[in-house]
Design a protein around this ligand. Structure first.
Ligand code: BDR
Ligand code: CA
Length: 343
């Protein structure tokens, strides 16, 4: 099994990624080493509480959840309640247990993991890259100490999902993203981060029908979908008991968000793609390239640019995912959630 250190800003699709990892563990494909958190979809504190709650529900109350950077390297913290709900998990209301959060800072967890398991741990980043940038500053040998690095971020063919050209994670901390890609420049190909950007992750159009099938396979009760029904605004009455209830309540909010932005009653499960890349389950095509990030201009803040034609004359610093298999992603997710639900 692949040993995985996840860095998240949970977040509805981060929650799906965590559930997937827990299921992949049950299936013998992964081992969760620890999970660290930064702010983004919600505050760092909310993201940490959400992460712990999801891991608890998924049967992993023992996984260490450690908080890292509370804000980007050089900018104030921002959150996106319209995308993920007030606390980051949509309509799901899960038990919040502050005592569950580790007293250790994320950086300590990363360094210990990399030094005690050299060459064994894959780092999965589904949040702004602040924690990865700080870890690279503290341990410049991180690329060779890790078994691999997988990143969800960027929008190489625009439009972005936050500005017309920028994707959320990269927009939140463009300085960190720029620093990260610079740190990998010229590394051997197997050390280069695998980058899942919007042109890959937006192919994952998750639907109520797919969720219904997943719930059925996991032995859970069905959801009654009604796009026109009034939105739940307060705490849902009967959530937080089963992992499948929480998943359905979180995803319903994500469907509503995408619907409000004219993308249909669907959800793009960005971070799930990266999680499956980390476990080695995703069928991907990739291209080695040079990536850079705009961190100075306000207009193009967080815009990712890649040079596949050696125009810059720079050495590669990333492996960009150029193709994936959405049906394979859905099937693997359903299998993982069924495993978590004990099916
Ligand atoms: C990314 O931004 C966040 O809102 C999601 O969790 C994902 O990591 C997609 O742009
Ligand atoms: Ca995320």
């Amino acid at each position: 099994p692949r040993r995985i250190l996840a860095d998240v800003d949970t977040g509805i699709d981060d929650a799906c990624a965590l559930l997937h990892l827990a299921g992949a563990e049950q299936l013998g494909l992964a081992e969760i080493a620890a999970v660290t958190v930064t702010g983004g979809n919600a505050s760092a504190r909310d993201c940490a509480l959400n992460t712990a709650a999801v891991l608890d529900l998924a049967g992993r109350p023992d996984v260490e959840v450690a908080v890292g950077a509370e804000a980007p390297l050089r900018r104030p913290a921002v959150t996106t309640p319209e995308t993920h709900g007030e606390h980051g998990l949509g309509h799901a209301r899960l038990a919040r247990r502050p005592e569950r959060i580790s007293a250790r800072p994320a950086l300590e967890v990363w360094l210990e993991e990399l030094h005690t398991h050299p060459g064994q741990t894959t780092i999965l980043c589904t949040a702004p890259l602040t924690n990865l940038a700080l870890a690279l500053r503290a341990e410049p040998d991180l690329p060779e100490l890790a078994a691999g690095v997988v990143i969800m971020g960027g929008a190489y063919y625009h439009p972005g999902n936050t500005t017309p050209t920028a994707e959320w994670n990269t927009w939140v901390d463009p300085d960190a993203a720029k620093e990260v890609f610079a740190a990998f420049e010229g590394r051997p190909e197997h050390q280069l981060p695998l980058v899942c950007a919007l042109e890959t992750t937006e192919r994952i159009e998750y639907t109520p029908a797919l969720l219904d099938a997943l719930l059925h396979d996991a032995g859970a009760r069905p959801v009654r979908w009604d796009v026109a029904a009034p939105r739940v605004t307060g705490p849902a009455a009967d959530t937080g008991k089963a992992v499948t209830d929480a998943l359905a309540d979180a995803l319903r909010f994500y469907f509503e968000f995408h619907h409000d932005y004219d993308q249909g009653y669907i959800a793009h499960l960005h971070d799930l793609v990266a999680a499956q890349a980390a476990t080695g389950q995703a069928r991907l095509s990739t291209q080695t390239t040079v990536v850079d990030v705009e961190a100075d201009s306000e207009l193009l803040r967080g815009t990712t640019v890649h040079d596949d034609r050696d125009i810059w004359g720079r050495r590669p610093n990333a492996r960009r995912v150029t193709g994936n298999d959405p049906r394979g992603v859905f099937a693997a997710f359903a299998q993982a959630v069924a495993a978590v639900a004990g099916r």
